[in-house]
Design a protein around this ligand. Structure first.
Ligand SMILES: Cc1cc2nc3c(=O)[nH]c(=O)nc-3n(C[C@H](O)[C@H](O)[C@H](O)COP(=O)(O)OP(=O)(O)OC[C@H]3O[C@@H](n4cnc5c(N)ncnc54)[C@H](O)[C@@H]3O)c2cc1C
Length: 413
């Protein structure tokens, strides 16, 4: 069959790989490069001034070892090597206080005295966290439907910290986390404790897209503007702004979900209901070499889950220190970090690269009809893939690709 895949991010490219052997695939990507939120400096993002010997990710960086089965299945199939990255986290408050996570206390303290001091500081937070964990284990997935995270995280420093981790994981503005869907956020927090192992891809995340491209036999159209998509009983018609027209048997939407109704000229009522509440979340991350803002907190080591309260009005951001995660020696190179929404904390002259990202704006209203989208995959020659149909992270993107492949491919064994 001739199949069009709209969107060349993780979900689109994983679907491309899985369908490639049995079908004739064409990928349509609106950006000039593939990858979506996979932005690897010196791989798919070039000319940034970064030392050519280094590869750094300015978007997706890490993957859970134990809770990302589809992601790891794909990496094994592609023969892509993943390795454990050292992780820990610290909470930095606007008033100058800071708190280390359990892993931080175990690995990042220089003496027993310092460890005891950090444990004493964190004790009041641990109580609230354990209560949250207990509550999270007592609810069923069904009970989380239509529930905002504010029902589970309300007052207290543990709530602030966990909401910041959701901000970090989903690149969502901190203020919006109260209405973040609990059906996605709660399982993610439950699976992310001090024992969770996080992996990175050797050579940067874009390496696995390169492996997919090595085997790919179809067509890739980057930098295209789709004017309209229409469907009838015989197939799908795609018209580009350039005037070109393409015909396919099936179409897979692997775009951010708010795009679906913009692209479809013949959206039906049920499709309008399913996609109508989705909005776009546009953010910017930067790769920078500034660690001076840590001095304000008296901290001389940095971790890759560091979350910062910029001011008491609720502006928060993160700094992911990449040297530790990627094992880059700061004596030989610089200190490199990936940051979001740290504003004036970072010296602008220390920014190597600024990257715009587009992600789904997660809200209780937006995710309400996800189960309908998944259940009706294939209707009207139309399929949907994307992280937003799963856990909102890479596992969700890859799992959704496997789900589409299961519907469109004949088992070969
Ligand atoms: C800064 C950042 C860091 C992240 N870090 C992690 C991480 O470390 N681990 C993790 O698991 N997850 C992380 N995520 C979540 C990440 O979004 C998912 O893991 C995953 O990459 C999403 O893949 P996707 O294919 O669903 O969406 P996307 O990557 O958004 O891909 C959608 C693609 O569709 C294209 N597109 C959109 N509209 C059109 C159109 N009209 N026509 C054609 N093409 C279109 C887009 O340009 C894009 O390439 C991060 C997200 C961000 C923003």
């Amino acid at each position: 069959m001739k199949i069009a895949i709209i969107g060349g991010g993780a979900a689109g490219m994983a679907t491309t790989y899985l369908l490639n052997k049995q079908h004739e695939i064409s990928v349509f990507e609106k950006q000039p490069i593939l990858g979506g939120n996979i932005r690897t400096l010196n791989r798919n993002v070039m000319d940034t001034g970064l030392d050519p010997a280094l590869v750094l990710d300015c978007g997706v960086i890490e993957f859970q070892r134990d809770n990302f089965p589809y992601f790891h299945k794909l990496m094994r199939a592609l023969n892509v090597s993943v390795e454990e990255g050292r992780t820990s986290s610290e909470l930095f408050l606007a008033d100058g206080q800071s708190f280390k996570s359990g892993t931080g206390i175990v690995h990042d303290c220089n003496s027993i005295g310092e460890r005891l001091h950090e444990i004493r500081k964190i004790l009041p937070i641990v109580g609230g966290y354990l209560k949250f964990l207990l509550r999270s284990w007592l609810v069923t997935q069904e009970q989380l439907y239509d529930q905002p995270m504010s029902h589970f995280l309300n007052q207290g420093l543990h709530a602030l910290w966990l909401k910041m981790l959701l901000m970090y994981a989903y690149s969502m503005p901190y203020q919006s986390i109260n209405n973040f869907p609990a059906e996605i956020g709660l399982p993610m927090l439950r699976q992310s404790d001090m024992f969770t192992k996080w992996d990175r891809i050797t050579g940067g995340v874009y390496s696995y897209i390169e492996k997919i491209l090595e085997q790919f036999q179809g067509q890739i159209y980057c930098g295209v503007n789709i004017q309209s998509i229409t469907r009838d009983a015989t197939g799908v018609k795609i018209s580009l702004d350039s005037g070109e027209t393409f015909y396919f048997d099936k179409i897979v939407f692997a775009v951010t979900p708010e795009q679906v109704l913009t692209l479809l000229s013949d959206a039906r009522e049920d499709e309008q209901r399913r996609f109508g509440a989705w909005k776009l979340n546009e953010i910017e991350t930067v790769i920078h070499t500034d660690v001076s803002f840590y001095k304000h907190f008296g901290v001389t080591y940095y971790s890759e889950f560091d979350v910062f309260q910029n001011n008491r009005l609720g502006s928060c951001g993160y700094n992911a220190y990449l040297n530790r995660f990627y094992r880059i020696d700061p004596e030989q190179y610089h200190h490199y970090s990936l940051a979001y929404n740290l504003g004036k904390l970072i010296n602008p002259t220390k920014i190597l690269h600024a990257q715009k990202h587009q992600t789904p704006f997660y809200s209780v209203e937006a995710v309400r009809y996800r189960h309908e989208i998944i259940a009706n995959n294939g209707e009207n020659n139309t399929y949907h893939a994307g992280a937003y149909l799963g856990n909102g992270l890479h596992e969700g993107a890859i799992a959704s690709a496997y789900a589409v492949a299961e519907l469109l491919c004949t088992p070969t064994h």
